[in-house]
Design a protein around this ligand. Structure first.
Ligand code: ARG
Length: 463
């Protein structure tokens, strides 16, 4: 029997019933639906809108339902229209007429808007904890490899020497910004629409603020039409999550490159790689590839939400039921990816000797060679030209800047002396890059410490 059966004479077509139903995906909000109902009923009781006796019955009934669901004694009816209908029906079956009073001054429209906010709030918190853990692993590894010289790239061409620690901290900074986006998004999410009713508020003397506070929310929505039809919080979350996936995907791409024989900067643990059914030598970075691949799902979820919302007249429209699967998929996917990346990174073997060997090729100290001449008083443009000619000379002779004899240097520019070999040694090139945010080992250690302190504070604030 439908909640709205009064108006109807005929039965719902079974296909319509399945098409219309959202229970298969919104049942995951049952905890939030019950929490919202308990807060609403308590407020109705406190305001004298229902009797205290009815309020007690409702709260006890709802608490029992949640306990029974959590313990597995009660299963959610897959035939129900949605989670709200299921909970209210079960409550009425348990506590009779009091249950029928729960929906006073409420609509499923403000109810679902509340449930989704509460559910996504807790999912966002779980995501934040996961991203903090991921950052923690990056910071640990960065400290361990703060002095491991590797080539830095532009255009995927060896460019200038950096350290592996520095490279990892670049990702830590991205995830830090992701966390700040999530917390910002949570602020606007954490607002209660209850009291908006179906669209036009209600005539009952509600205490909207008190009800919101009881749910740990920061405030209430200030327009009933907007209260029931705003899904910005889902859009914002999906958009923040899409950016997280961009970061994870770029990182995954580098991991894939790094474990190829062409690079061999790292080796993944056997537990996080797979083999080939035909090629016995293969060890494939499937996990990283899947993370890269799954980014498309999350971008798709964002597109689903934007498209679903863009033409809707105020206020609630059933189209909005489609918000859940998309935003749930985005949240599930990101959680899964981060959760898998963490142990993969923790267990990967770093091969600093190979990084260093790669850094020794490709003339990545050519800028430092030019800077050496600048130190001798030459204008940078002239120094740049001289260093370029030296590289061409080395290529001709099959040498590197380190092995080119001083006489050859001096044929290009008389300012060179033996000091050049120190100036262009890879360790010197890296350890002199001490500008704030630079790759020198001590800068990596400093930024790692700052990130550690930030993570510690985050943890304390959330505890
Ligand atoms: N299952 C619906 C949703 O997810 C709940 C709201 C139903 N409201 C309505 N007026 N039919 O959006």
């Amino acid at each position: 029997m439908k909640l709205w059966a009064g108006r109807f004479k005929g039965q719902l077509d079974s296909r319509t019933n399945d098409f219309n139903s959202s229970i298969s995906f919104d049942s995951r909000m049952v905890k939030e639906d019950i929490a919202g109902s308990i807060a609403h009923a308590s407020m109705l009781g406190a305001q004298g809108i229902i009797s205290m006796e009815d309020k007690e019955k409702i709260v006890a009934g709802l608490t029992g339902i949640l306990e029974d669901i959590l313990s597995g004694r009660l299963s959610i009816d897959p035939q129900a229209e949605d989670v709200h209908t299921f909970v209210e029906g079960e409550l009425t079956a348990r506590v009779g007429d009091a249950g029928k009073r729960l929906h006073t001054a409420r609509s499923r429209n403000d109810q679902v808007a509340l449930d989704l906010r509460l559910y996504l709030r807790s999912e966002t918190e779980e995501l934040e904890a996961l991203l903090c853990r991921l950052m923690g692993v990056l910071v640990e590894k960065a400290k361990a490899y703060s002095a491991a010289v590797m080539p830095g790239y532009t255009h995927l061409q060896r460019a200038q020497p950096i350290t592996f620690g520095h490279h990892l901290l670049a990702y830590a900074q991205m995830f830090k910004r992701d966390l700040s986006r999530l917390s910002d998004c949570k602020r606007r999410m954490n607002v209660s629409p209850l009291g908006s009713g179906a669209l036009a508020g209600t005539t009952y003397p509600l205490d909207r603020e008190g009800c919101a506070r009881a749910l740990g929310m920061d405030g209430i929505s200030h327009n009933s039409l907007d209260g029931v039809s705003d899904r910005d919080f889902a859009l914002e979350l999906a958009s923040a999550l899409s950016i997280v996936m961009v970061h994870l995907s770029r990182f995954a791409e580098e991991i894939i490159l790094w474990c190829s024989w062409e690079f061999k900067f790292i080796e993944l643990d056997d537990a996080f790689a797979t083999g080939s059914s035909i090629m016995p030598q293969k060890k494939n970075p499937d996990i990283a590839e899947l993370v890269r691949g799954k980014s498309g799902r999350v971008f798709g979820d964002l597109m689903t939400l934007l498209t679903m919302m863009k033409g809707l007249p105020l206020a609630y429209n059933k189209d909005m039921q489609e918000d859940k699967e998309a935003v749930f998929d985005a949240v599930d996917t990101v959680k899964l990816c981060v959760d898998t990346m963490i142990p993969m990174l923790e267990t990967m073997k770093v091969l600093p000797d190979n990084m260093r060997a790669a850094a020794a090729k490709g003339f990545i100290n050519a800028t430092d060679c030019a800077d050496y001449l600048v130190g001798k008083g030459l204008p940078f443009r002239d120094a740049y030209k001289a260093a370029g000619e030296l590289v061409a000379l080395c290529i001709d002779k099959g040498l590197t800047l380190e092995t080119l004899p001083l006489e050859e240097y001096q044929t290009i520019c008389g300012l060179f002396d033996t000091g050049v070999y120190d100036a262009i040694s890879l360790s010197a090139c890296v350890s002199r890059r001490t500008v704030d945010g630079g790759p020198a080992p001590q800068c990596v250690m400093k930024e790692a410490a700052a990130l550690e302190a930030w993570l510690k504070q985050e943890k304390e604030e959330k505890a």
